[in-house]
Design a binder for this molecule. Sequence first.
Ligand code: WT7
Length: 637
Amino acid sequence: MSYSYQIGSLEQYHEAYRKSVEDPEGFWAEIARTFTWKKPWDKVLEWNFKEPNVKWFIGGQLNITENCLDRHLESKADQPAIIWESNDPNEHHRVLTYRRLHFKVCQFAWVLKNNGVKKGDRVCIYMGMVPELAIAVLACARIGAIHSVIFGGFSAQSIADRLQDAKAEYIITCDGAYRGNKTIPLKPVIDDALVTCPFVKTVIVHTRTRTPVSMIKGRDLWWEDEINRVETQGNPDFPAETMDAEDPLFILYTSGSTGKPKGVVHSSAGYMIYTNYSFVNVFQNKPGDVHFCTADIGWITGHSYIVYGPLSAGATSLMFEGIPTFPDAGRFWAIVDKYKVNILYTAPTAIRSLMVFGTDFVTPYKLDSLRVLGTVGEPINEEAWHWYDEQIGKKRCPIVDTWWQTETGGILISNLAGVTPAIPAHATLPLPGVQPVLVDENGKEVKGNGVSGNLCIKFPWPSIIRTTYGDHERCRTTYFATYENMYFTGDGALRDEKGNYRITGRVDDVLNVSGHRIGTAEVENAINMHYGVVESAVVGYPHEIKGQGIYAYVIYSGKREDEELIRKDISATVSRIIGPIAKPDKIQFVTGLPKTRSGKIMRRILRKIAEGELQNLGDTTTLLDPAVVEEIKTGKQ
Ligand code: WT7
């Protein structure tokens, strides 16, 4: 397939951008026409950011899996759709051609149907990075069930919260997962979660690690047995459910500055079209390319750029089960050479963690198949950018710095590989269809170039968040109420003299740890659950590898004879409540927290102390008790 809408030059970019602003409906309709629809749309767009209410391709009907699978069977049936590399380099890799993947997805859709899953049902998926994860996701989409993938590192409590919020009655999981030299239990974590989720009817368990699990009669089923049952039924094809353009495709939970994680809901048609369009244009995929996105499908990056973007574009997507440092820090590069990867998409934190091992782990590899490099998840520092450029790209591969969010569904601001200029540490220009604005604290748009402000988007793009599951008001207040008629991203940004954007990071109480979003309030709640903790305050501080580390100030009531042990206990509590990714890197015991007279914690001061900027705390006179600051400064970790 060649893509009629693939932008090939800077001129074409400007032309496409101009058209997308002047005539957004015409612009997106032309692209949408190249997809497979069961019924064409009546109207391209209806929207307001007040409620908010955004609808794309109204009246249109389709199934995303017909676009990701069936439509490629004519010309690409034997082309690899998914190449899978095991955690263990000695285990044989797997290749799923488009024909094979179509077959497997249909088979598993039958399994879902046999077990009573219907259109609109929520199915929670908690698996490691095995091909069956992608198969499960696509089978849900085929039957019209709403998938909600939960990253394998989340705790039983986090899973239970999500299951309850989504009212999910079906779960697909694995016995366990391999990550580096560890075997991570998955089914036992689900079992713990289900203690508080009696409404779950069925758990389908795929065998990966062959670790012992308890299978509950009447509830738990083996994936393999269910597939055998389908084989004896002899139903090869599974007719794809007819979905309205705006029917929800999936829910993905993400953290914000307050409360529990929210379920970001994405639509069927708009999400498909935008992930496809951004995939094709940002990475400049060419026929035969191998695209390697190192994310986990448990995050939005994996949804959009391992599964839906590449497959809807008929590309080859490489899926890796393991971690960058196993068996050694050369693993990514070994994979690049083994499969002749053309496009590599990873996170700054991964680059930084590999940089520290030095080039000894890079030089044994040729890396000459690489043509495009990408980064995502957090601002990339210049040192990491140059290392990536020089050591991996050998200065001949454009780096795309892609800025986007779970809520945006796809990449909104990025250079297009080799087409629009790359600038170190800058996401650069908006994609066609994306209209960013910077606003000041008063909500006034900051016009012109060479300015900074809070980043908002003033016009809908097809894959914008539609709602937060079960609580539309929360969607409105979180994203659409801060500034009138704008989607607020939560990020700050600079716009340089030429109109290029540089994202400076979150302006709210959300941390970005190793490219993962973590709410400070969530971590505080988890810490506060620990016996003996009276109160806590969590802030981020610069961390060499993770980008941001988690710094917790804790008021502890009990005796602190063994502080190290208490720190470990608190970390274990956070791990138990949220998951290991939210464990504090530093815990400082304090006797008070800096609060305003109205009782608000002054995080600005705590942030400065955590950053080590003790001289520069700003005005502390409005504090209820300025003396606590002195104490905290002395006890800094
Ligand atoms: C937040 C979204 C969607 C990708 C994975 C993270 C930060 C993301 C960049 C970038 C600077 C970035 C922002 C954003 N972010 N990409 N290229 N440059 N910052 O998804 O968990 O929804 O987090 O990640 O702060 O708001 P997420």
